[in-house]
Ligand binder design. Sequence first.
Ligand code: ARG
Ligand code: ZN
Length: 889
Amino acid sequence: MDIASRPSEAPENPKIADAAPPPHAPSVIRREDYQPPAWLVPEIALDFALGLDATHVTSKLSVRRNPDGNGSRTMRLNGDQLAPLAVRVDGQAVNDWRLDGPDLLLDLAGEAHEVEIETQLNPAANSQLMGLYASHGMLCTQCEAEGFRRIAFFPDRPDVLSTYRVRMSGDKAAFPILLSNGNCEATGESADGTHWAEWHDPWPKPCYLFALVAGDLVANHDSFTTRSGREVELNIWVRKGDESRTQHAMDSLKRSFRWDEQAFGREYDLDLFNIVAVSDFNMGAMENKGLNVFNTRYVLADPETATDSDYDAIEGVIGHEYFHNWSGNRVTCRDWFQLSLKEGFTVLRDQMFSADMGSPAVKRIEDVRVLRAAQFPEDSGPLAHPIRPDSYQEISNFYTATIYNKGAEVIRMMRTMAGPERFRAGTDLYFDRNDGTAATCEDFVRAIEDGAGLDLKQFRLWYSQSGTPQVTVTTQHSGDTFTLKLTQLVPPTPNHDGGAQPEKQPMPIPLKLALFDRETGTHRGEELLVLDQAEQSFSFAGYASAPVLSINRGFSAPVAIDFERPVEDLVFLAAHDDDAFARYEAMQSLVVRHLIAAVSSNLAEEARTAEREAIVQALRSILLDEALDDLMRGELLILPAEGYLAEQFLVADPSAIHAEREALKAWLGTKLRGDLEALHDRVSAVPYSRDAAARGARKLKTQALTYLAAGAPDEARRRAIAQYCAADNMTDRQGALMVLAGLDGPERGEALADFHGRYAGNALVIDKWFSLQAGSLHPKVLEHAKALAEHPDFTMNNPNRVRALYMALAVNPQAFHAPSGEGYRIIGDLIRRLDPINPQTAARFVPSLGRWRRIEPARAALMRAELERIAAEPSLSKDVLEQVTKSLG
Ligand code: ARG
Ligand code: ZN
């Protein structure tokens, strides 16, 4: 547990005993309270004597009074469960320091000093995975956001930039590889079996970008020559035996280097770039300067063990972390309220990269699906916050879809309004102006204004207002004029910490649109409108007959469109729209409006049948459209998720939504059975390769099975077994197993046992085995999940495994929303049990329960009760406490 990182051999120091325990009600940090640091640390030297359960740290800080600070003599050095074993100022042991809670305060008389502090850590006991921790015998660090203070007393804030010298020594047999940021400048060995290395990072950085790794690792080595001729050594470090699964990550890395040069003019700035894969990791990956640390799931892949989606995710995350070298590291954040400055921008960059590497149309649809599934519910729930929040209690809770994905959408809108060239001029200016500094979102907006020549005065509201704007569309046709009336409403969102959340104001909403001629199926060119008032009309002359409106093409704005329109228009667009997203959207709308009506039970049987038939026809034409590639066809066949459907209701009934959606799926599976079987036959004949056609075939293979499983389960079972047995890749095998896991019959258990036996020891694949079962459509899914929690392969100490079981359950509507409340109870119990082990990961499960206000009353009461049971725990972490309090409040 975390307390154990306090060294047992800490000297009896009354100042430590005096330190107040952290208060139960955590304090609120406010953006408006920002003060520049009183002291700067231009240089730091760290010395680590490494050991798994005892690592001794000596930090030497060259500190200088900040001319722009408040002039205080007191330097605040943040700590988190650290005890100072020795404190020296300018080489002299001193005693006039004091502890303020976990922090160390030191009064310094002059303008510049050298402050040296010794501490000791227990990495093996660090189950939070923040700071320095042990994972499978290796040592590694995670410092963002506030983990460095668990390693050394330091002003742990992103606006204190230092150059780092790191020396580490340790047992050579246990830790043959010693890595830190920058370049390795010296190494050596001692007679006692230890060795050491000295690293130097010439680029000043905040401490959240510090990293250290020590362990028995092997690398995939490669190199990349930058456009100006710098030869960069590339290494991807993994545990022995995993090196054969690193080639896709390496290829993705080299593509990232090249792409950032071409797309943003950004070149790498060191001679070495290291990536290390660790199995115990709270998030996806971390962009530490020159030493990225990755969750193994975003590094390791081969066709046998990784799905096509896994491959895509690896490419995206490798790109994301690499792109942070400029958007995050060279230009970092002034404070954590600016988190979207680096994350929103870097997500946009990784989205553009993946689009360029594959299909832009499919990528855009996937990105919107993620936004709607993860961010829209956040924006309409109790944890809503602007992309630049005004306050927080625990910053780890703000690594959200809002900061990341909505943040990317907001910058994408700027790009849409400016056009690609002018946007690029804006980002060039941003990097130029802010290189080497800790910047703000305001700095970014100003650079885009100046560089791209946009007026973003009103647009800044996107940074301060939370909530997904609703745009209502009405149309009118008279004479030869087509008129569009648009209104916008930014819904009210909760205001937790008393920060001013004034009434919402209209925001500039860029909407791409096209007007289609019903006869020819063509339009006269795409237009961009900017809706920037509460209500606005736009007229288009020269339309003798009413055109079909295609609006928010490419999802040009992250808004919800409310547009009552004839079914024929949706059918028309689903068949003809030349904007891929708009075509997908028409198909989705067709299904969404049907399901809403069906769930609200105001559909007569006859109307229900007619609407289902319209969907059958639309899907059939998609199945048969020869102009479509299979990857895109796969997108068009995806039914809207239950979570997204629930969002369409003020108060949702999860059972009714699930039942109607499953019934529609069964209807489609029955009516389209012949087409689906033919499709499954066709794509099953395509041999494995990584090209787009073969990936499209695999995507359709499992989709066909999914529809058949609903409409013709026996046929689906036969085909799934065949697909499972014939599979020469994980995409096919996992897809088939997923379908089987949702069906009854002896084959279910046999296939699951086969899968488990086949991949025993491969943690990432065993994660899939847990997820498939917890996410399945099987009626006994809760029973299965409870048994899995007792499985010998289950552990609370590995976040990937915890997520594999419990996140899959929390996003499985029929399991999570079981009328008995058992799904809520399982997640509530998990949060209470995980919190003392790993608060950051525990807190990630709270939002699923926090949605209670939008769920029908019986379940809402059960969800609320679960939150209250968590809140009643005597010593909750700040992480969980903040999320639970806000969810109840
Ligand atoms: N900056 C990382 C990324 O998005 C995320 C790290 C967040 N880590 C954390 N423990 N909160 O690439
Ligand atoms: Zn990031």
